[in-house]
Design a protein around this ligand. Sequence first.
Ligand code: GDP
Length: 529
Amino acid sequence: MKFNEEIARRRTFGIISHPDAGKTTLTEKLLLFGGAIQEAGAVKSNKIKKGATSDFMEIERQRGISVATSVLAFEYDGIKINILDTPGHKDFAEDTFRTLTAVDSVIVVIDVAKGVEEQTEKLVEVCRMRNIPIIVFINKLDREGKDAFELLDEIEQKLSLKVTPLSFPIGMGYDFKGIYNIWEKNVNLFSGDSRKNIEETIENEDLQSSELEELIGTDAAETLREEIELVEGIYPSFDKQAYNDANLQPVFFGSALNNFGVRELLDCFVSIAPTPRAKQSDTRLVKPDEKEFTGFVFKIHANMDPKHRDRLAFIKIVSGKFERNVPYLHVRQGKKLRFSSPNAFFAEKKEIVDTSYPGDIVGLHDTGNFKIGDTLTEGEELNYKGIPSFSPEHFRYINNADPMKSKQLYKGIDQLMDEGVAQLFTLELNGRKVIGTVGALQFEVIQYRLEHEYNAKCSYENLNVYKACWVEAKDPKSEEFKDFKRVKSKFLAKDKRNQLVFLSDSQFSLQMTQQKYPNVKFHFVSEFD
Ligand code: GDP
């Protein structure tokens, strides 16, 4: 197959949702359609149960699963689909944010009864910032839920999206009869008895025909006609360009558990979802069909096998072909590296591959060369942008609990930070180390991993910090900035990239500081132009 055809048949996306909306179930049904797995239950839920915070085995299990399901690839209708896993647990949100830098589109799963939830809002906001095309799947239609129009309103308002339904439910919950597929113009009937059977699809080009009454009854047919008329009146008709530009979001309804509405979603997805997109680097926009290989690291995972302490760096290929055993430039380190066993991912297994294409993810064995955000090229000096760190929510001093093992401790902390488990800040005043995390769970993960992987012990000490802000001075030589650095010296630290960070202890003091120093900018994200 030609290079351009390989690119054109790739769809790389992520499924995002608030926990429990049905992301795992939907992933599994998609894989079933692709023939990638044979039975339900094969995809492990990648979540931590409530209350398991102190259960270290649970953390290990979680890590093991998230390696296994990091990328799930399958073929459907000649299309190569790469699903990138995004942890739903909010303590791992940063991992999800980074994964979103490697997707070309997303599917958002929403629970019909719960509507738009907190995690959905946060994740969709990140997608909006990056102009990622979104398809919405409203799940659990077999249960009582919110009215369809009410939900569409909620999605538009809370998620600031512009929606257009491509399917519409006929009844809901106990009365759920099926779906009218606006995209394909047909009726999908839900078999009410067992509620487990695969649907029946009936072509219905003309909603006015009396066939509809025979299928779903007089009342339901009347209601459906009215509702579809309303849909056509209220919502813009689907436009592929608008969807691709992230200006319009198609919505599907269904029930993942019952495998209802999933094939329709998948068929529409493969026909409209974007092929691998161009990506901005610090020097130029790189297009996927360029001859020379470029890619970037968006995730690093420690190896689960204790005999092999190496790590797996996940690279998204942006342009060109990635080939086994060819030396590539590690731009940050300025040295060439070759990889003898790059892994490609298929449903649940990984295999060594010779050639991968734009849109694909390869896993490279790494002995400590990579950091999240690193770029690989055939020789060009460019760096991909857009993997910022967000201000952590929790902060603690980290201390060495075993003075004989300080070398191990620092190496461990260094590598865990490269993986993006948490962020390290070094106080300017006294050199003390502060760990910042998105969730409290990470502190335990770090402690556990330092002990088991690096043979080092740490302890924590509380520290009152509200937010970490990356500081930018309009004029670093100004008296104002000097004054700021002097007065606030107790609260200043450097991050891993040596950028100056202000650790403010309360919202109030942050506001006061902003007012007092109008020419100093405080950013909640580490990357700014
Ligand atoms: P995740 O946390 O988003 O990955 O959610 P899961 O896929 O693990 O689903 C959470 C729960 O919702 C599980 O108990 C599923 O069986 C259930 N579930 C998923 N889809 C449906 C559906 O269409 N209908 C019903 N009634 N339950 C569902």
